[in-house]
Design a protein around this ligand. Structure first.
Ligand SMILES: NC(=O)c1ccc[n+]([C@@H]2O[C@H](COP(=O)([O-])OP(=O)(O)OC[C@H]3O[C@@H](n4cnc5c(N)ncnc54)[C@H](O)[C@@H]3O)[C@@H](O)[C@H]2O)c1
Length: 372
């Protein structure tokens, strides 16, 4: 004969299985119907049910026994998204209509007037919009990218945009484009030399060159994985040390901002991306470590960790995998993906004197994703 405790567990489970959307409390209650009404017996059984309730929620049960089991917190190894080849990358547009002179009072310490900023991966996506943030805040900017033509086109576009939004402005910012493969030390050093020759100096660095891919870890081709770490981790490190060396030689203070990701602090679901998550954790901790190492020289190093941002590339991924959009937004307290513009304030703050006492920090711009 089935022991009553086992029976209760079965009943509780079958009730839960039949009505998957019922609340936790109502899922436990049907167990009481199996008492004969005798108060003592009822109490003994309900004590037992309490024990089983603990059991129910602390064991994984039979496959399919609970519809909810793990479904919001597991990766799905069938999802595979490769970073596109250069020719298939969508191009981005500068943000429209927000850059003209305004007469709102704001802290002068947010201004980047007279500064030169370098943005790696600045030809597209988040890097392009952050370049624009630096320009609108007063800086001249050097855009560095693997795709120099796209970088040059966007540099022109940004200057034209500035002229349109600021008619009559005499002080049009200088925006230049430079080739570099950030994963190669020679290429990085050559780009830094070229930038210093063009602009005379570098004050700020924003490292946005990076990419993600979704692959089941066991299937991920090792050469792709090495490339992913090469661009995201080595690329960040190489550009940072190049710029820090220049700042130290100039005996000038500076501010460096790494673009990490919330994936450096949490594990995204359902798409598998273990190497990317680890790479972004490395970027975040590299920022803290270099912040300590370079504090003596007045060089601040911080990290921005964006959540899901809607760029040309993520839009393409979501168009191809529509179910992902619902899953992602269901996990974001603000209920929506971020826009690249949402990073403009964060990057300006961290580059400017307004954040003079902020170093080694990780600024999450993720709609609250990582606090739940
Ligand atoms: N888009 C998001 O939702 C999101 C979220 C969190 C973090 N991030 C991070 O933000 C950064 C920018 O992402 P994005 O969405 O703007 O990507 P993107 O693909 O739109 O732009 C990345 C740019 O980097 C350039 N690049 C790639 N490899 C390079 C290399 N080896 N050397 C020089 N340039 C190179 C590309 O040509 C491209 O212009 C990445 O580090 C990414 O991991 C993005």
């Amino acid at each position: 004969m089935m022991k009553s405790s086992t029976l209760l567990r079965h009943v509780a489970r079958s009730a839960a299985t039949r009505t998957p959307t019922v609340s936790v409390a109502s899922r436990i209650l049907p167990a009481r119907n199996f008492t004969n009404g005798a108060i003592l017996k009822d109490k003994a059984l309900s004590d037992e049910a309490e024990d089983n309730k603990h059991d129910e929620y602390s064991t994984s049960g039979k496959p399919g026994a609970f519809e909810h089991e793990g479904q919001f917190s597991r990766t799905d190894n069938r999802i595979k998204v490769e970073y596109p080849e250069e020719d298939n990358l969508p191009s981005s547009k500068p943000v429209q209509g927000r850059g003209g002179f305004h007469f709102k009072r704001t802290l002068a310490s947010f201004s980047l007037e007279g500064r030169v900023g370098v943005v790696t991966g600045g030809a597209r996506g988040l890097g392009l919009v952050m370049s624009q943030a630096l320009i609108l805040s007063g800086a001249d900017v050097a855009i560095v990218d693997l795709n120099k033509d796209e970088a040059a086109r966007q540099a022109e576009e940004l200057m034209n945009h500035f002229r349109e939004e600021n008619p009559g402005a005499t002080n049009v910012p200088k925006v230049t484009a430079h080739y570099a493969d950030v994963a190669s030390p020679e290429s990085v050093n050559a780009a830094i030399e070229e930038i210093i020759a063009d602009h005379g100096k570098i004050d700020n660095l924003v490292t946005s060159a990076g990419f993600t891919e979704n692959y089941d870890a066991i299937q991920y081709p090792f050469d792709r994985m090495q490339k992913l770490w090469g661009v995201n981790v080595n690329g960040t490190y190489l550009f940072a040390i190049g710029v820090a060396k220049h700042l130290m030689e100039r005996k000038a203070p500076g501010s460096v901002v790494f673009i990490g990701s919330m994936s450096g602090a949490i594990v995204n679901v359902p798409q598998p991306q273990a190497p990317y998550n680890a790479a972004k954790a490395a970027v975040r901790h590299l920022a803290s470590s270099l912040a300590v190492e370079w504090a003596h020289a007045g060089i601040r190093v911080n990290c921005i960790s964006p959540g899901y941002m809607l760029t040309g590339l993520t839009k393409k991924i979501l168009d191809d995998n529509p179910e992902l959009a619902n899953k992602w937004t269901s996990l974001i307290p603000q209920g929506k993906m971020g826009r690249p513009e949402d990073l403009m304030g964060a990057v300006t703050f961290l580059c400017s004197d307004a954040s003079g006492y902020v170093t080694g920090a990780d600024l999450r711009v993720d709609g609250g994703y990582t606090v739940t």
